[in-house]
Design a protein around this ligand. Sequence first.
Ligand code: ADP
Ligand code: MG
Length: 339
Amino acid sequence: IDVINSIAAAEIIHRPSNAIKELIENSLDAGSTSIKISIKEGGLKLIQITDNGHGINKSDLPLLCTRYATSKLAKFSDLQSLTTYGFRGEALASISYCSHVEVITKTKEDGCGWKALYADGELVASKTESSPEPKPAAANDGTVISAEDLFYNMPLRKRAFKSASDEYNRILDVIQKYAVHNPHVAWSCKKAQSSLPDISTSAASSSRANISLLYTAALAADLLEVPETVLQPADKLCATVRGWISNANTNWTRRGGWLFFINNRLVDSTKLKKALESLYTAFLAKGSSPWIYLSLEIDPAKVDVNVHPTKSDVHFLSEDEIIEGIVGAVQQALSGANT
Ligand code: ADP
Ligand code: MG
């Protein structure tokens, strides 16, 4: 069983930035308006995420890192909407199979916080205690999750990471994207040793202001808005798109110009990317590449059931029509600005 679980863990958590993405999504799901991240050695030594969300009930702590343990089942009235985000309750379990996990959490209702340690899906005792039971702990409302020594039990994988700074940049890349999509959250990210954050946003920001802050002011100044558009035929597709895109003549050459969210999850769609890239070539100055942030809201029943966290490419029903609709909305924004 442990071998199977470790393999599953290794498939979901390829590198520190995958763990960050999962932890961020959990904090957002918990309704957080402040998410603070602290990183050691590109996340290989420590990933710590502090949120001010609704916290975890003490009674849920023993099974928190069990595979398929999710509190989100009960919250969806429509069972189908579960499929929106693909597999459920695997992220924390996976992280606990490849690192040492510590959770400190407090709900508003609870008088004190609770601290729990996990390894391989289960509660474990700390070095100084004999029982693995959660212990009372000083805490603010919300949750602090620390994952230490990522891949400590997978030496081959661990050795494959050559550069902590490369991993750190991947982490920053993920956080920047979520910060553009969730400007109502105050984000921060820093190296644990450093006092200056590398990312710091205010909860009163906007997507555009965060683009200016986290990418470049020149890009933000030139952005075109894709206003919220209902994709047609509306009754069939049940989807809307909105976002911000670079103007075709903006010389955007930095990496990371692709921010695509479906129902608030950061995903990849090779098909959509290709379609938009070829649209841009009709407008684009040579040597520059588009910067595209799009948020697609789609009826949860229409997202592929098999959106596994390891498959970065997402699929959805009526994919061709939806992509056509998105391309149309983007084209309209581009041609409005370039005629
Ligand atoms: P899923 O998000 O698919 O439910 P996870 O393994 O990511 O599965 O998380 C398991 C459960 O742990 C969640 O359903 C949630 O109840 C709880 N949880 C994890 N992180 C947080 C958090 N930051 N705040 C509140 N609850 C959390
Ligand atoms: Mg999750």
